[in-house]
Design a protein around this ligand. Structure first.
Ligand code: SF4
Length: 416
């Protein structure tokens, strides 16, 4: 098979991996049109410093010895299969890079022959790119569950980021949908990568010339909606991964109904994208707003409210905490006010040392007053707070505003 033909198959097969952004759009090119959002191939991701980088996103192969129920590449599916050679992936990357199409490579793979056989090839791609071609672009490699630590270490010396996909948020359901996989074969490599990163940091403090191991850290992906796992279980898992293994990102991927013939999978008419969006918002609260999982979801409310952003949901469930005095509240409370982000919270903390803050100052600091005003008092702010309006009425009021905003966005889009 020609390399270009392989590229078409293996870039399309990689689109279900969301460990980088810009997956999920179905807009095709039209006659006389420009561009195509349906074809996979080049996607965008974000570097540590926030830069957006375009990556060639492909699988090394879509052959697989496993039969995970939720995957299009499972061995029991009758699909066209192919495999690159190491040289083909290296050549594609170098040629695309030279033409300025991409700034890096995102390489995942089905498991061919054995986890070690596959991992060895992925590591060789990264090694050849770095050593033979002196490639300095970004490389994100999938670490194949069950592969040996030596190969993961080798991969980590040449890749910027490694990721081991957990896919299913609970061990019991992973066993049910992917009986050949197990949690230890996924979590052990994650633990190993974390230890290597820490040891490498230590070593580099002593010997500055020690090569960096996985400088952009590790990430994982969880599929949402293929199993009955609750948001409570999902967010506890993410929180543990951020805490224990210091993951850079947990990606949430709404389950794309596939393999409908498999009765173990739920019959969904479309992927649960809004749930995915709410989980990303909750994840943001865990990472940047010092929230604990139990403040967002718990055994009584195990799932996120699809209609409301989780921070607003928290504020409406805890009216006794509000309104807070913007000129006196600590950072922890400021971060819990809808409409106040980490940057504005820190600006408030430092600015109020010099003068009493009013709504004009807050607006200047980037506070979204149309949300925040119900939950704060400040020098001269006189609008009614959550205590006067009641949480239920406030919820209805804010949801109406949110809906009319969505409607006007949809109208504007349809005009273009
Ligand atoms: S191991 Fe990966 S590629 Fe293979 S069937 Fe499972 S999810 Fe798909």
């Amino acid at each position: 098979m020609e390399t270009l033909e392989k590229l078409k198959i293996l870039s399309a097969a990689a689109k279900y991996d969301v460990s980088c952004s810009s997956s999920g759009s179905n807009r095709k090119n039209t006659s006389g049109g420009l561009g195509n959002a349906a074809y996979a191939g080049i996607c965008h991701s974000f570097a540590d410093d926030g830069r957006c980088i375009s990556l060639l996103k492909i699988l090394y192969t879509n052959h697989c010895i496993y039969d995970c129920a939720y995957c299009t590449n499972r061995k029991s599916n009758d699909i066209q299969r192919t495999i690159f050679t190491v040289d083909e992936v290296v050549d594609l990357t170098i040629n695309f890079y030279r033409r300025n199409y991409i700034e890096g490579l995102f390489l995942s793979s089905g498991v061919v022959k054995s986890p070690d056989y596959t991992m060895e090839r992925l590591a060789r791609v990264a090694k050849d790119l770095r050593i033979i071609h002196h490639f300095n672009g970004y490389i994100h490699l999938k670490s194949i569950p069950g592969s040996s630590p030596e190969l993961i270490k080798e991969a980590g010396l040449y890749a910027d980021r490694l990721s081991v996909n957990i896919e299913i948020p609970s061990e019991q359901n992973l066993k049910y949908l992917a009986p050949e996989k197990n949690y230890p074969s996924i979590l052990n490599p994650m633990g190993y990568i974390h230890t290597q990163i820490e040891e490498n940091k230590e070593e580099r403090r002593k010997y500055r010339k020690t090569p960096i191991f996985t400088p952009a850290g590790q990430s994982t992906q969880l599929i949402i909606g293929a199993t009955p796992d609750t948001d409570n279980q999902i967010l506890h898992l993410s929180s543990n991964l951020y805490g224990r293994n210091k993951l850079k990102r947990v990606y949430y991927s709404a389950y794309n109904p596939t393999n409908e013939y498999d009765k173990r999978l739920p019959a969904l008419s479309s992927p649960p994208l809004r749930r995915e969006h709410r989980l990303y918002q909750a994840d943001w609260l865990l990472r940047f707003y010092e929230f604990k999982v139990d403040e967002i979801v718990n055994d009584t409310n195990p799932n996120l409210d699809i209609e409301l952003d989780p921070k607003l949901g928290y504020a409406l469930r805890n009216p006794h905490l509000f309104p807070i005095d913007i000129n006196r509240a600590d950072l922890h409370l400021l971060l819990r006010v809808p409409g106040i982000g980490p940057k504005s919270a820190r600006l408030i903390m430092s600015a109020r040392r010099f003068s009493k803050l009013n709504s004009f100052h807050l607006q200047k600091m980037g506070v979204v007053m149309k949300r925040a005003r119900y939950f704060i008092t400040c020098h001269e702010l006189s609008s009614p707070t959550i205590q006067e309006i009641t949480p239920l009425r406030l919820r209805t009021q804010l949801m109406q505003t949110e809906r009319s905003k969505q409607l006007s966005n949809a109208v504007q889009l349809s005009l273009f």
